[in-house]
Design a protein around this ligand. Sequence first.
Ligand SMILES: Nc1nc2c(ncn2[C@@H]2O[C@H](COP(=O)(O)OP(=O)(O)O)[C@@H](O)[C@H]2O)c(=O)[nH]1
Ligand SMILES: [Mg+2]
Length: 684
Amino acid sequence: MTQYTTENIRTVALVGHGNAGKTTLAEALLLKAGVIQAAGSIENGTTVSDFDPLEKNFQFSLRTSLLHLETANTRVHLVDTPGYPDFIGQAIGALDAIETAAVVVSAQAGIEMITSRMMDWTAKRKLCRLIVINKIDAENVDLPAVLAAVREAFGSECLPINLPAANGTKVVDCFFNPSGESDFSSVAEAHQALIDQVIEVDEELMAKYLEQGEDIDAEQLHEPFERALREGHLIPVCFTSAKNGVGIQELLDIMVKLLPNPTEGNPPPFYRGEGEDAEQFTPTQDPTQHALAHVFKVQIDPFVGKVGVFRVHQGTIKRDTQLFVGDGRKPFKVGHLYLMQGSKFVEVDQVVAGDIAAVSKVEEIEFDSVLHDSHDEDHIHMKPLEFPAPMHGVAISPAKRGDEQRLSEVVHKMIAEDPTLKIEHDLTLNETVLWGLGDLHLRSVLERMSTVFKLEVQTRPPRVPFRETVAGKAEGHHRHKKQSGGAGQFGEVMLRIEALPRGAGFEFVDEVKGGTIPTQFIPAVQKGVEQVLTAGPVAGFPMQDVRVIVYDGKHHAVDSKEIAFVTAGRKAFLDAIMKAQPTVLEPMVRLEISCPADNMGDITGDLSGRRGQVTGTQPLRAGMLLIEGIAPLSELEGYAARIKAMTSGHGGWTMTLSHYEPAPFQLQQKLSEEYQKHRKHEED
Ligand SMILES: Nc1nc2c(ncn2[C@@H]2O[C@H](COP(=O)(O)OP(=O)(O)O)[C@@H](O)[C@H]2O)c(=O)[nH]1
Ligand SMILES: [Mg+2]
């Protein structure tokens, strides 16, 4: 296989709302570059990218897939990402691996929820961006209106770099071409606008151009063009029909000639060191330096095993390279090194900075691992992207008795693949809860468990993740004394507690003076206090937002033991909690609902019936609205079905955790009564 230098590599992720045509576009690009001989389709389940049986079934992408093609002496790594909110974690993870995000917009649907979110996320990550308006062939599309909407929503730096021509049967370049025929707007004006926008980033060039009235040749503008992309000063817009192959060669040309190579983009922020002392640094993308790579995707295949997919940010990785995983002491030898083409693994001898590659069967590799070839590179990590917090839960148990261990193994495999999937064990109910981004997300996970791992599970609605805290301050005291036969147990603890601001967590402060509690027993006191944190006294939920200050106590030279101080710590804390206005907190979630504008009234009414409220609205494409709201999670049981019913199936929604706040008094009381009854039952 041809060796490509870093300069001859491009990395592009296709992102955007589901159904925009990303997977079909990837297929068209592979076809044009000669990777495949005929284009597959979503409808027939034959695309290179959506190879997973579950994807063929659902008819849309559930996971990121890695593709690559070679054109004009350039290797392009394409990352095709899912676009539905339930699967968006995979798309966010891919943003760490690429220079350019191509945000694909359907000309038919216009700007949608995930289009806007992706523009925000990619801006946060300072990625170079390109907007691809796809489906220009579709019926009833108003391309000038879509372009205007894009500029309205994402700024005047969104400028067409080509325009549809000859009735949408081709596109004409506007950057290198100073003039030409197009279906709408003007090539000459678009050309001028691009040149003006690009030279704005370079004062010297600007002066030359303005003062000396020099003509500027687009071919000479490579450097300032890259800078404009990097600084977000220019977001080129191009047009395609993935279905008919229009604008595909032109898109390849844009990738080769105009999109940044790995040395021209904004690399993601890496850190060296831990916590406060961590220092930010930028990998060089230089193939001659130490190897440094970041795992942005883990895939667990029942046949191939664990596959770690990584982007090389520095150095060269070969078949026999020894790589460390994070701060691990023992390196692994690469052995087989692959480029991926959908489901296929293509073996290669080496990859360099800028490449996206994979290794298999390395158990230590996890999502977000850093791979490197020198201990000098220990303690390196990437600044984590913010994934949406999973708020949809389902309680699971194996359908067959005796499958408990296997369930746990399979669940852990699923979690390793997916940073938006969490598992929680509810200790009080002895219940395992899987948390994900939506019903569809959880359904796909359960389906994968059953089809791929042949494990059947039973599901139930889970408990709402309430929390406990205190609203005030109080003193707590406990003397633990036990005298039975031989050596006794003695420990006495005095502490104060106070409420912390919402979200602050837990603090433990030792203010004991004069050794009234000997230093070696302080950890025992803390241990006792922390036992209460996992299940609060009011309704058995984890406690948060409280500070505990241990300030005095007593000990006994012979009878003081660790266990005595654990008990005294726990009981002193419980004593204080009961006097400090214990409170049950409930999770409040931010909702985003997209629906036909006509349903606004119903949705608002329904939400207020659930103790929620609408906080804002934004127009989407014609006739559709994005409603933002806030509501307590405990009131949202069955909301998916309700939205579907209210909008005749046209609505969509997502939720993310907003904050915790005290639950209404009656709800607190009900939760407390249930818990006390349950506890009594257990004790009987
Ligand atoms: N008319 C038309 N349909 C397209 C085009 N590109 C994709 N589609 C169709 O749009 C649907 C969604 O395509 P897909 O590639 O799965 O979109 P993705 O969710 O963004 O990956 C499929 O039915 C495709 O056949 C296009 O350029 N024109
Ligand atoms: Mg897709």
